[in-house]
Design a protein around this ligand. Structure first.
Ligand SMILES: Cc1cc2nc3c(=O)[nH]c(=O)nc-3n(C[C@H](O)[C@H](O)[C@H](O)COP(=O)(O)OP(=O)(O)OC[C@H]3O[C@@H](n4cnc5c(N)ncnc54)[C@H](O)[C@@H]3O)c2cc1C
Length: 452
């Protein structure tokens, strides 16, 4: 990625969208909208002070909503260019309210609230589409109760939990526990506020609320409106403190999720959705189970699948190593249902096809290996590019030329064409670059011949 940012022959247009493509192989005109970041890329040093001071906190899409970010943010830590972007939907200043804190703290003077989208026209010989994939939405399978049971997550969400730069710093904290932990801060704020209310009375009557309340309840003092109000506020304060202590005590008992279930083929190899195999999910489940065990050696994982497709050099050995050294058990069977047990533990009901029995087992967390689905924007983009899609919505290609689309001069690589892992996507990217270079070279020769 860094190499791409620095390469003299690569002009990186991040935070941009293709709006129109005209022409033919060797001679395309591409209209690109470079969206306003409201931060000048050439001035921003990426120090992050603006994000630290921004008062607006919103859900972080990159962390699958498991963490938060500010209204001025970097989409992810290693992004190129390492500049910040202001989110126009949430920024106070851009929505007509008084703020501008980011502009005040930015020593590089990079914040520019007046920045506008730019329309760029590019003359190119060939186009390569590398728009990737979306993960299948598992809430379409109601029996798995994704979003209903908090500790049922997708593999992508679990990937963020495992990441050192993710919302939990790499700890496999359960979402239900995270929600409870998040309840502490607002409760602490309420306690502080109620303390401030009590302090007013304490100053006025020169005694602590506790002393006052003991005398008040024993009938030692006359009960006027003020005294009744003080007593009510003190009682409210005590109940807030009790709730806070109980929550803190509960949270202290939380630990990492150690009993994990991975469910394969969620939406893939399923005739209701995508009948084909997504290719990479068996390996990413094994990888995630191994990493979880490296973080927390007591972690035991069960991978439920019709079969484990470990296809590739060294993949089968990796699978076996996971079983021998990383606490993984492979169960051949389809999961029928997930329900919620005590302590927000998901209970998995499945058919063990080896033992020919229906069984149930409870876990700390369930991870759904969701199918590789076409991106939501691909239908519009395919119209702009004039290329056809296949029956499932991936870019249509010729089996004998897997990076060629139906439009000469426009190529595809990676999961935009069909599900594949990173090494295969990288290999296809090289192949597509080679095909594009052939066209660009050919059109240069034609132009030179025409001039001659
Ligand atoms: C949970 C999980 C774990 C995985 N782990 C592994 C692993 O360990 N090893 C492995 O080999 N594979 C793994 N994979 C598979 C891997 O993610 C894919 O093989 C790989 O991401 C495919 O690369 P790609 O470039 O085709 O697509 P992507 O990685 O999806 O990249 C596409 C890019 O295009 C951008 N884009 C989309 N539309 C537009 C548009 N209209 N304009 C501009 N930009 C656009 C997207 O924002 C994205 O940045 C995993 C997959 C999942 C779901």
């Amino acid at each position: 990625m860094l190499d791409v940012g620095r390469h003299p022959n690569i002009n990186l247009l991040a935070y941009s969208e293709v709006e129109n493509v005209r022409g033919q192989a060797g001679d395309f005109n591409v209209t690109v909208r470079k969206k306003a970041r409201f931060v000048e890329e050439n001035k921003c040093t990426g120090c992050g002070l603006c994000s630290e001071k921004c008062p607006i906190i919103v859900s972080d899409a990159f962390n699958e909503g498991l963490g938060t970010r500010r209204a001025v943010y970097a989409y992810f830590a290693q992004g190129i260019p390492s500049t910040r972007t202001i989110d126009p939907d949430h920024c106070r200043q851009l929505n007509g309210k008084k703020c501008g804190i980011c502009a005040k703290v930015c020593q590089a003077e990079a914040i520019n609230f007046d920045q506008k989208d730019q329309i760029l026209e590019l003359e190119v010989g060939a186009v390569i589409l590398a728009g990737g994939y979306d993960v299948f939405d598992p809430s379409l399978i109601p029996e798995y109760r994704y979003r209903e049971i908090p500790n049922v997550v997708t593999a992508m969400e679990f990937e963020r939990l495992l990441s050192a730069s993710g919302p939990t710093g790499g700890h496999t904290d359960r979402p239900s526990d995270l929600t409870m932990k998040a309840g502490i801060e607002p409760l602490e704020k309420k306690v502080k506020k109620s303390l401030r209310g009590l302090e007013k009375f304490e100053k006025q009557y020169d005694r602590t609320s506790k002393e006052f309340y003991t005398r008040y309840t024993s009938g030692d003092i006359e009960k006027d409106d003020d005294q009744n109000k003080w007593a009510n506020q003190y009682e409210e304060h005590l109940s807030l403190l009790k709730a806070l202590d109980a929550l803190k005590e509960k949270v202290e008992t939380f630990g990492p999720a150690k009993r994990l279930a991975f469910i394969q083929c969620v939406g893939s190899r399923d005739f209701r959705f995508y009948p084909f195999c997504s290719g990479y999910c068996c390996m990413h489940s094994i990888k995630e189970a191994i990493i979880a065990n490296e973080h927390e050696p007591e972690t035991a994982s069960t991978i439920f699948g019709m079969d484990i497709r470990a296809v590739g050099k060294g993949f089968e050995e990796y699978k076996i190593r996971g079983g021998n050294n990383s606490g993984i058990t492979y169960v051949r069977g389809r999961v029928a249902e997930i329900t919620e047990g005590p302590g927000h533990n998901p209970i998995v009901t499945y058919e063990d096809t080896r033992e020919r029995m229906v069984k149930s087992k409870d876990f700390d967390m369930v991870i759904l290996a969701t199918a590789c689905a076409p991106t939501k924007g691909i239908a519009d983009l395919s119209k702009i590019l004039g290329i056809a899609l296949d029956d499932y919505g991936f870019v249509k290609t010729d089996p004998l030329s897997p990076v060629d689309t139906t439009m000469p001069g426009i190529f595809v690589c990676g999961c935009a064409g069909s599900p594949m892992d990173v090494p295969e996507s990288v290999a296809q990217a090289s192949s597509a670059a080679e095909r594009a270079a052939e066209i660009a070279f050919q059109s240069d020769v034609e132009k030179e011949t025409a001039i001659a």
